[in-house]
Design a protein around this ligand. Structure first.
Ligand code: TXA
Ligand code: MG
Length: 317
């Protein structure tokens, strides 16, 4: 029998050279990060960027995040100001994307930023991607490795399930956070465009200023943001205390029975554990062909804001 996951490759020295070669030639490849798996290509190569948009079926008005090893690499392409460095020192590398102004002589292809004069930049912490970013002399444009509007991948197999086997994926095991990075706009007064593991309170403590948070109701702030997103394409009902047996029930905390249709995000009521399991469960529920998903209330605390944000998007019609 043919192995359907034959495109998943180990991160060893032989494959390291292969990965670098693919990226240098303008190819694209699935790579692990601590948040979710990304579909990576050279941000300076139009060929690579076109491939990313085409494979994801991503609308051209939704810009990509550009990933760097450190701020020195990024400085060639974008303006980095005082506020940036204050946060960078404390929170990067990590699950945080900064929206900053692009330099006129930047080599980032305009298509990466949907022709905006701003760029989303991130410094991921995952060891594999850091080794790759350190070796190459160009940044990686890298959206989550899923078809546009679908669920972000948190395992290498998820990436294979999203794309055909032509796209190689580097096996970095399960993503340790499991939700996409916080998107922080630093152009003008600081604001959060997408909640994540890094909270507004953390940013506020560093910048000592009020941080506006744009949640689902005002998502237009992030260009190309779709109302329906992160979605299993199954009707979802949020804040439910009970669920009929025939539907999938996503629960949180110890007060729910263990049944065949229940998927407990964390019996210990640990929100980080819940964040890590959410996309995994949505994929399992989809594979098992449940017709509806009920979701128990999830507390608005820490990464709980991001979990609720993704659930609201996922349940949008
Ligand atoms: O954790 C993550 O951020 C993952 C990993 C792979 O790095 N990437 C990711 O990329 O989630 P993507 O393309 O799925 O989401 C990027 C988000 C989108 O909501 C996009 O609108 C926003 O970042 N974004 C990118 N550039 C922007 C810009 N210049 N201004 C405002 N929002 C921007
Ligand atoms: Mg995405």
């Amino acid at each position: 029998m043919q192995n359907i996951y034959s495109n998943i490759i180990k991160f060893n020295s032989k494959n390291f050279n292969k990965i670098i070669k693919i990226l240098k030639k303008g190819g694209i490849i699935g790579l692990p990060t601590e948040t979710v798996y990304g579909l990576a290509g050279n941000a300076y190569s139009l060929k690579a960027i076109k491939k990313i948009y085409k494979s994801k079926k991503r609308p051209k008005n939704n810009p990509l995040i550009v990933h760097y090893y450190d701020f020195k690499q990024a400085e060639k392409d974008v303006f980095l100001e005082k506020k940036f460095f204050k946060i960078y020192k404390k929170l990067s590398p990590g699950p945080l994307t900064y929206i900053v102004k692009k330099k006129i002589n930047s080599r980032i292809k305009p298509m990466v930023c949907s022709n905006l004069n701003t760029v989303g930049i991130r410094f991921p912490k995952n060891k594999i991607i850091r080794k790759i970013l350190k070796k190459i002399n160009f940044p990686l444009a890298m959206p989550s490795a899923n078809k546009s509007a679908s669920i972000s991948p948190v395992h290498p197999e998820d990436v294979s399930d999203e794309f055909n086997s032509m796209i190689k994926v580097v096996n970095g095991g399960p993503a340790i956070i499991g939700l996409e990075s916080t998107v922080l706009n630093l152009v003008g007064s600081a604001s959060i465009l997408r909640p994540g593991k890094i909270t507004p309170a953390q940013i506020k403590k560093i910048l000592k200023e009020k941080i506006k948070v744009f949640l689902k109701q005002d998502i237009i702030k992030s260009p190309g943001s779709l109302k329906k997103h992160y979605s299993p394409n199954i009707p979802m009902f949020l804040n439910q205390k009970n669920c009929p047996k025939k539907y999938a029930f996503i629960t949180f905390g110890k007060n729910y029975p263990v049944t065949r249709n229940s998927f407990n995000l964390s019996r210990k009521s640990n929100l980080n554990e819940a964040g890590k399991k959410l996309y995994k469960y949505l994929r399992i529920i989809k594979k098992r062909k449940f017709k509806k998903i009920y979701v128990a209330p999830i507390p608005y605390k820490g990464i709980g804001y991001a979990i609720n944000d993704r659930l609201k998007h996922a349940s949008s019609k």
